[in-house]
Design a protein. Sequence first.
Lengths: 289, 289
Amino acid sequence: MGKHTKTAGWGTPPEEALRVTVTGPIAAFDPSSTPGFTGDKDSGTALLSERGAVLADLQELLYANGRSGDHRSVLLVLQGMDTAGKGGIVRHVGGLVDPQGLTIRGFGKPTPEELSHDFLWRIHRALPPGGRIGIFDRSHYEDVLPVRVHNLIPKSEWEKRYEMINQFERDLVASGTTIIKCAMVVSKAEQKARLAERLERPDKHWKYNPGDIDERGFWDDYLEAYQAIFDRCDSDAAPWFLIPSDRKWFARLSICELLIHALKGLDLDWPKADFDVEAEKKRVAALTE
Amino acid sequence: MGKHTKTAGWGTPPEEALRVTVTGPIAAFDPSSTPGFTGDKDSGTALLSERGAVLADLQELLYANGRSGDHRSVLLVLQGMDTAGKGGIVRHVGGLVDPQGLTIRGFGKPTPEELSHDFLWRIHRALPPGGRIGIFDRSHYEDVLPVRVHNLIPKSEWEKRYEMINQFERDLVASGTTIIKCAMVVSKAEQKARLAERLERPDKHWKYNPGDIDERGFWDDYLEAYQAIFDRCDSDAAPWFLIPSDRKWFARLSICELLIHALKGLDLDWPKADFDVEAEKKRVAALTE
């Protein structure tokens, strides 16, 4: 962080402008803002397709290194209110790269087997192998978000989890995983509009969950629970970003840029051949067709 | 199979033209041919991008149904000589759809744990859940291809596997999986050119494996082993297709069409809401912003 590298279209690069230490508290955050970005929707959309190609090249580089024994990986953690667009990020940002290089995991309500283990058990099992970009659609932070809001376990228990999460993420980073944590924020007005659209269109009914309205009743409690993870689980090694998500194009562009920044930070080069290139060229030249 | 539905650009639709019962033996097959297709590279490339959108829509429909409890899935099995382009299919055909709806698995040399189980153990564990398109980059057929060519186990053992595979696939189909099996075929000349290119370009060195040249020495044995799986493991319920792969655009277009055909065969509709739509509309309308 802190390196002022110029990113096209951005006055302040997203890894700075969107960091929770810069955006200020979530309760006062404008989900329709575009912090750091100097363009409009058209230029943002055009930029995303251009930057998508950059992301795809970097992802191939990461994958190539993984195949050659490099254990490093990138983990994108997506959290956000219902309808914030986590699935859209998987589809439209994940969709920019070779699907072979992605490890996508969603974390819903824990299964009985998952509940019989500690809360990080299912997370460990879902981590991306070396060379991959992992995307978590929800994550271990669920265990201090709905779990805290609804007191699904005693406060004395969930209170301990922040430090357990920090320890877990420190270990992950130490073993070569670059972590990017994004909290996608929609306004109440936009959420209402998206819920209404899901009901209007029969091809979107499957995305509608009546429980989302019940959860909306806990809006302020969620803001408080989110603020707690930013206050207690943000670090330079495992930073949290606030992604304003009323404008889908901006959320996608931001997260694409955060991934590019993370991958560039690995300073990757094409892996060196572990065979004698000249000798192999001769072998191939001698092949009969 | 056998229904003559018109597929744009195709005189004979690929699910017929490329079926191993129609193409004739692999040893006489032309890997640079474009059976059934009436267009050229430009029209094929344009068609792929158009048909990609159709595939993406059908995949979303499958995913939506999976989320609503439908256990059906589609499994694309990719086999092929080295450099035939299996990875390119994952990237360029898999890349046409939402990566969330894909379950991609590669099968390399079995690990000691995998070897301690029967050969189908690792395959079972990798099957796509309901609502997903699974892509196998190599598969259980490895156990009757290199295993047979190199007699890694006694003939009396691998001989039994054809029927075990048939039984396994029958069970899979009965439980709701649509299976498409594609053998990608390159010519010896094209393979030589691709190997040479991997050596020329340092950004492709990681894809080069000196062992590929050794395997090339067993070309005719592989053709025989492939012909055996077509002769013994092709059925209407789990058909084998020969994909001519000297022209990458044609291989991609063909497999995209085969997936579309499989998904259309499921005759899917958007899942019905399991809640009272009108009541929910009222709840949403009453929400304060």
